[in-house]
Design a protein around this ligand. Structure first.
Ligand code: PLP
Length: 413
C-alpha cells in the first residue's frame, strides 16, 4: 500500500522559510524549454523575463545542456591553483568575441584583450572597480581614486555596490558605505564632465539602464563619455551584464553608439542559464595590473562554468543570435509603440528588450504582470510603473504577436 503524500505548498514554505528579499509572482515553475516554462500543475507560460536576460539563448538549450552533462561526468572544479583543459577555449573565445569591442591598445599592453573569469554579475562589477582603482594607483599614481557613476544605476547588491546606489530600497540601512564614488545624472554629459577630476579613475555606466526601467541614454551621450574619459586617461567601464550578449541586437549594447569602452563586465547570459558565469574583459594593459594574490575566486572559471560558457560564446560568434534579436525586436517594438496611448504612456528599449510605462489610471505595473500571468505570460514589473519585457531570443514571430495581443487585452481589462 503506498502512502498518500500531501502536495507541498511551495509558496507557503517559501514565505515561511525563505528570506523575504523578493516578491515573486504566485507561480511555481517546474520545467522549461526554449521560451516556455511549465508550472507544477502543468500550466505553460511564455517566459518574457528570461531570468533578467540570463536565458538569452532560451531554457535548456540542447547544446548547452549537452556540454554541461559531458563536463559533469568528467571534471567540475580544480580551483585556480592548477590549470584545467576547459579554460583556454573559454578565454580565447571570449577575447575573440568581445576583445575587438573594447579599447585594447595602450602603452603597456600587447594590443590584445584579456579576460578575468568570475561567477556572478556583482563579482564582475566589484572586480572591475578593483582593477580601475589599482590601475589608477599603480599606473597614474592616484592615491585616493574616485569612480563616477550614474543615478538610478543598478550594478548588483554587494556592500560596495549599494554604496553608490540611488535606490533607497537597495541602500538604506546597509551603511556604513564604501567611499570613493561620485554620482551624476544619467544621460547628462556636461554634469559628467564637471565631475571628472585629477582623482577620477573610471566612469562606470550601464549602456542601457535595465533595472531603472530599460532606460536608453540620449543620442551621443555614450560617445561623449568616451571622448571625455579618453582625453583624461580615465577608464570607461561598461556594465553589459544585462544588456550584453545579443539582448539588444548586437553583442554589446554599447556598439549601437560606436563606442569601445576600456572594460566590459559580462554575466547572466554568459552562463547560458545553466551556471553562473561572469567576466571582465579589457586590454592587457589594464587587466595586467592584476598579479598573483591581488584578486581571485575559488569558483571563477571552473571547468563546468567554462565548458558551458565556451558553447555560449561559440554560439554568439557568427552574429545570428544578435541578428534574430534585432529583427524580432523591431517587430516587438512596433507592436508596443502601437499601445502607447492605449494603456502605455511610454516604451523604451532596443532589440528584444523593452521597458513599458503603464498608465497610472490602470494601476501599478504589477497588476498588469498578474493579468499577463493569468493569460500564460510571465513578465516583471520594476519601480511601480514600469513593466519589463526580455523574452529569450528564441521567441518566434507568432509568439511575439500573441504576447502583444495578451498585453493589449491586459491593459484594456
Ligand atoms: N549589473 C547589471 C547591469 C545588472 O543588471 C545586474 C543584475 O541584474 C548585476 C550587475 C548583478 O548581477 P548578479 O545578480 O549576477 O550579481
Amino acid at each position: 500500500m503506498s502512502a498518500v503524500v500531501a502536495p507541498i505548498d511551495h509558496i507557503a514554505v517559501a514565505e515561511r522559510r525563505g528570506a523575504h528579499n523578493y516578491h515573486p509572482l504566485p507561480v511555481v515553475v517546474a520545467s522549461g524549454e526554449g521560451a516556455w516554462v511549465t508550472d507544477v500543475d502543468g500550466r505553460r507560460y511564455l517566459d518574457c523575463l528570461a531570468a533578467y536576460s540570463a536565458l538569452n539563448l532560451g531554457h535548456s538549450h540542447p547544446r548547452l545542456i549537452a556540454a554541461a552533462h559531458e563536463q559533469l561526468d568528467r571534471l567540475t572544479l580544480v580551483s585556480r591553483a592548477f590549470h584545467h583543459d576547459r579554460m583556454a577555449g573559454f578565454l580565447a573565445g571570449l577575447a575573440d568575441l568581445v576583445g575587438p569591442l573594447v579599447r585594447a591598445e595602450g602603452p603597456g599592453g600587447t594590443g590584445e584583450a584579456m579576460v578575468l573569469p568570475m561567477n556572478t554579475g556583482a563579482e564582475a562589477v566589484e572586480s572591475a572597480i578593483k582593477i580601475a582603482r589599482k590601475y589608477a594607483h599603480d599606473v597614474r599614481g592616484i592615491e585616493v581614486p574616485e569612480i563616477v557613476v550614474a543615478d538610478s544605476n543598478f550594478h548588483g547588491r554587494t556592500t560596495t555596490i549599494v554604496s553608490f546606489s540611488t535606490d533607497p530600497d537597495a541602500r538604506d540601512g546597509f551603511g556604513p558605505f564604501t567611499p570613493g564614488f561620485v554620482v551624476v545624472p544619467y544621460g547628462d554629459a556636461e554634469a559628467l564632465a564637471e565631475a571628472l577630476t585629477e582623482r577620477t579613475a573610471a566612469v562606470l555606466l550601464e549602456p542601457i539602464q535595465g533595472e531603472a526601467g530599460v532606460v536608453t541614454p540620449p543620442e551621443g551621450y555614450l560617445a561623449r563619455v568616451r571622448e571625455l574619459t579618453a582625453e583624461r586617461g580615465v577608464l570607461f567601464i561598461a556594465d553589459e551584464i544585462q544588456s550584453g550578449l545579443a539582448r539588444t541586437g548586437t553583442t554589446l549594447a554599447i556598439e549601437h553608439d560606436g563606442v569601445r569602452p576600456d572594460l566590459v563586465t559580462l554575466g547572466k547570459a554568459l552562463g547560458g542559464g545553466v551556471v553562473p558565469v561572469s567576466a571582465v574583459v579589457g586590454s592587457s594593459e589594464v587587466l595586467g595590473v592584476l598579479t598573483p594574490g591581488t584578486h581571485g575566486s575559488t569558483f571563477g572559471g571552473n571547468p563546468l562554468a567554462t565548458a558551458v560558457a565556451t558553447e555560449v560564446v561559440d554560439m554568439l560568434a557568427d552574429g545570428s543570435w544578435q541578428e534574430r534579436s534585432r529583427v524580432a525586436g523591431e517587430r516587438l517594438h512596433a507592436g508596443l509603440h502601437a499601445l502607447v496611448g492605449h494603456g502605455l504612456t511610454a516604451v523604451r528599449g532596443r532589440g528584444l528588450w523593452a521597458g513599458l510605462d503603464v498608465d497610472p489610471a490602470i494601476g501599478p505595473a504589477r497588476l498588469v504582470a498578474e493579468r499577463l500571468m493569468e493569460r500564460g505570460i510571465l513578465a516583471k514589473d520594476t519601480h511601480t510603473r514600469t513593466l519589463r519585457l526580455a523574452p529569450p531570443l528564441v521567441i518566434t514571430d507568432a509568439e511575439i504577436d500573441w504576447l502583444l495581443e495578451q498585453l493589449r487585452e491586459s491593459l484594456a481589462a
